[in-house]
Design a protein around this ligand. Structure first.
Ligand SMILES: Cc1ncc(COP(=O)(O)O)c(C=O)c1O
Length: 289
């Protein structure tokens, strides 16, 4: 984990992160009444900007929070944050809560959203395939609206922690006998050379990297299917691909201590990864402050 950069954004202005203050009555703090986005920035350009902003709008609408900024304002906010922090390779976090009220009431009484944004340094995107990761399976203990990118991440935190304690990098989640996603990633399975992805239901976050993966698979000429993935299919997979904006695309080569397929980076992952490297610029957007 890298520390955050010095300059943040809070409610309409850039300021030193060390000076940023939010009310203890903010509903984000009291109720996790808030949503967020994580946008990778490579060489000062935002990767998959539009899908992230679209998902932010979707999450805000699901919580019935009026969007505090239009797309142009979000772009300028992000652009300014990147510039103030010296550009380069960053992860930009946009956090929006419903804001602070005079008291504490489950039902919102009307408040102005709090907008907090900050950035962290991240390594440059890999040009060679990263090594495989180990994963564990775990019961999906999260709520029934995992399609909202909510800051209510306690279950995700406990699941990731469980993975780390087992010497693994990710927990792949099972609900009612099928795969949903990872604790902080979307998960895809190769069976019979075909890429399988769980459908977009309220059980999973509509991942920006998931959409990219499906597009890259199409460009590679791989067949892909969006369908329910039973636990047995996950356990018998030839390859497992784990994808997220912050972590990129990784192959899980070990699952619950057993090799996935033959236990090395598989041909579908390697082709898709090579296509990703060749097309990153196409999915990146310059943002002006
Ligand atoms: C629970 C969960 N699912 C899926 C994803 C992947 O989404 P994206 O590819 O947009 O980062 C994330 C990313 O953080 C996540 O936390």
């Amino acid at each position: 984990m890298t520390g955050p950069c010095d300059t943040a954004w809070l409610d309409g202005r850039y300021l030193p992160l060390a000076e940023a203050r939010i009310s203890p009555l903010d509903r984000g703090f009291l109720f996790a009444d808030a949503v967020y986005e994580v946008l990778p920035v490579y060489g000062g350009r935002v990767f998959l900007l539009e899908p992230h902003l679209a998902r932010l709008e979707r999450s805000l609408a699901a919580l019935r929070i009026a969007s505090p900024h239009d797309a142009g304002q979000w772009r300028r906010l992000i652009g300014g944050l990147v510039t103030h922090n010296g550009g380069g390779d960053l992860l930009v976090y946009l956090q929006v809560s419903r804001g602070a009220e005079a008291g504490r009431s489950h039902v919102p009484q009307g408040s102005t959203p709090t907008v907090f944004a900050f950035a962290s340094r991240t390594p440059p995107p890999p040009t060679a395939p990263p090594p495989g990761i180990a994963a564990i399976t775990a019961a999906d203990t999260r709520w029934a609206r995992c399609d909202i990118k909510s800051t209510a991440l306690l279950a995700n935190i406990l699941l990731k922690w469980q993975a780390e304690e087992a010497g693994a990098a990710e927990a792949l989640l099972l609900r009612d006998g099928h795969l949903t996603e990872g604790s902080s990633s979307s998960v895809h399975v190769v069976t019979g050379g075909v890429l399988h992805s769980p459908p977009l239901t309220p059980e999973v976050l509509p991942g920006t990297t998931r959409e990219l993966l499906l597009e890259l698979a199409r460009r590679c000429g791989f067949e892909s299917r969006v369908c329910t993935i039973p636990e047995a299919q996950l356990r018998g997979a030839e390859e497992i691909i784990v994808a997220s904006a912050g972590g990129g695309m990784r192959a899980a080569t070990v699952l619950d201590g057993q090799p996935v397929g033959v236990g090395v980076l598989g041909p579908v992952f390697l082709r898709i990864f090579a296509t990703l490297v060749g097309s990153r610029a196409e999915f990146s957007t310059e943002v002006e402050p």
